[in-house]
Design a protein around this ligand. Structure first.
Ligand code: MAN
Length: 489
């Protein structure tokens, strides 16, 4: 190399040497100026305005904000961490626990972790580019554009919010009507119930009178047969109920086993689990075959069809005299009517006691159902009803629970109380809890589930927008006024 260099003519050689010296001078100038920049950092760099007075020089020394040490004033922002709370290095990345303040003039000021200062990345939170000052990279000041975009988004959100507030008012109005309607319905039903009870009593008396008026001898034989027939009939109905119950229990066990089969950890090679899965598969095969060949409903239908096919005159033993059977039918009908009214009353009462929000705004959404397709599953949720998870592959459905309570805050006087719902007691998770859903509500111009996640096994989180939670902050009435909330009917 030296040999080659000596071959170049002297003029060129001196030119190259000059260029090299010039490059060296330029390089050391930039290096020194970068260090000089870092060395002479303002003591206020990275400090928010409200804390600036704490960094004023009051003498040669300065005490850390947590009082952990007293250091020379010059040691602030010297790129060496002296204070345990990191307060001596607000503007450098020397302390791992300090925060750097970006002033972002023209937009909104913000903090970033000081470890992100001078890391060669322009942080989006620091639109003024102040986080990168050591000269490695240059971050342009984008605060004007950022603020314009932010303001535009804010305006759009505000527009949606205004729409939401208007719809919420409609919900409140609708809720008020629903409440009045239900209260009137309850009144009407209670009057109806009183009348139905009287009717039952009257028809019972009439029936008893007819029964008593028939001579025993005339009733003896047919009555014996009739009683037996009635008992047998009742027994068949009871057995049918038992069969249905057993089917439901088998279905529950099958779904638990299916869950285990699909979700067990195959890497564990747990023999007990493997044996159980094998037995489940064998059982399922047999069970499905049996279900194809034998049908409980068919047995019941056959019985009823056969019974109905018997001509009336051929079943004299169990037929009552028409006057008596008419009286009995009338009595049973009245009893049924009373039961129906009582059930209806229970339904209306449960609606009236439901907590439909600060101003009854959620009554308008009662039983409205919303769904969300996550790819693997389609989730559905009916307000104040139930939530389900349906597989998009095999369409099997899993119960995720029923509405239990509001859980947005401790007290119902806190407006956040009505922003989170809990649905619980869903299908039990294999090796885990019963499935449950937390529904997080945010203000929006319509009702929509935005996302579903399962942060813990079998505990689902749904994010939903709804106008029902769009509170009008300019109108204190809907924030704290609980006048309508618990008013009795
Ligand atoms: C099913 C789904 C999942 C759940 C597992 C738990 O596959 O309900 O969401 O995590 O069961 O075993």
């Amino acid at each position: 190399m030296a040999h080659t260099f000596s071959l170049i003519d002297p003029i060129k050689r001196s030119l190259i040497i000059h260029i090299l010296i010039l490059e060296l001078v330029i390089l050391s100038f930039f290096t020194l100026s970068a260090y000089a920049k870092v060395d002479n950092l303002s003591k206020l760099l990275g400090v928010e305005e409200s804390k600036a007075h704490l960094y004023e020089a009051k003498g040669p020394d300065w005490t850390c904000l947590d009082g952990s040490a007293t250091i020379p004033y010059e040691a602030i922002n010297d790129d060496f961490c002296d204070c345990t709370d990191g307060s001596d290095e607000p503007g450098t990345s020397a302390c791992p626990n300090s925060k750097f303040y970006c002033r972002n003039v023209g937009h909104i000021s913000s903090f970033i972790s000081s470890s992100r200062v001078n890391d060669g990345v322009c942080e989006p939170e620091c639109c003024d580019g102040s986080d990168e000052y050591d000269g490695k990279i240059k971050c342009p000041n984008t605060c004007k554009e950022t603020n314009a975009e932010y303001t535009k988004k804010l305006k759009e959100l505000e527009k949606l919010r205004t729409q939401g507030i208007r719809i919420r008012k409609e919900y409140i109005e609708k809720g008020r009507k629903i409440k009045t309607k239900n209260a009137a319905e309850l009144n009407r039903l209670e009057i109806e119930l009183r009348a139905a009870k009287i009717r039952v009593k009257e028809r019972e008396v009439a029936l008893k009178k007819i029964e008593d008026s028939k001579p025993d001898t005339e009733q003896l034989a047919p009555k014996g047969n009739r009683e037996r027939m009635k008992k047998l009939h009742e027994r068949i109905i009871a057995l049918k109920g038992d069969i249905n119950k057993l089917h439901e229990q088998i279905d529950t066990l099958l779904s638990i086993l299916k869950d285990m089969k699909n979700n067990h950890n195959q890497n564990y090679h747990d023999m007990a689990v493997k044996t159980a899965i094998k037995a489940y598969d064998e059982f399922l095969e047999e069970y499905n075959k049996d279900m194809e060949t034998e049908d409980g409903d068919e047995v019941e239908e056959n019985y009823e069809d056969n019974y109905d096919d018997i001509p009336d005159k051929e079943k004299p033993q169990i037929e009552e005299p028409s006057e008596l059977s008419d009286a009995r039918d009338a009595f049973e009908e009245a009893e049924q009517e009373q039961k129906d009214i009582e059930n209806h009353i229970d339904e209306v009462k449960s609606k009236l006691s439901q907590d439909y929000g600060l101003e009854y705004e959620f009554a308008a959404l009662d039983n409205e159902c919303f769904s969300y397709d996550s790819g693997e599953y389609t989730y559905s949720l009916c307000m104040f009803g139930s939530a389900t998870q349906k597989s998009n592959k095999d369409h099997s459905s899993t119960d995720l629970g029923n509405f239990a309570k509001w859980i947005g805050a401790e007290s119902s006087n806190d407006p956040r109380y009505y922003t989170r719902m809990l649905y619980e007691d869903g299908a039990r998770c294999w090796n885990g809890p019963a499935r449950s859903v937390k529904l997080y509500l945010e203000c929006g111009a319509d009702n929509q589930i935005l996302s579903v996640s399962e942060p813990e096994k079998c505990e689902y989180h749904m994010r939903m927008i709804s106008p029902a939670v769009c509170l009008d902050h300019n109108n204190d009435h809907n924030n704290h006024n609980t006048e309508h909330k618990h008013d009795e009917l």
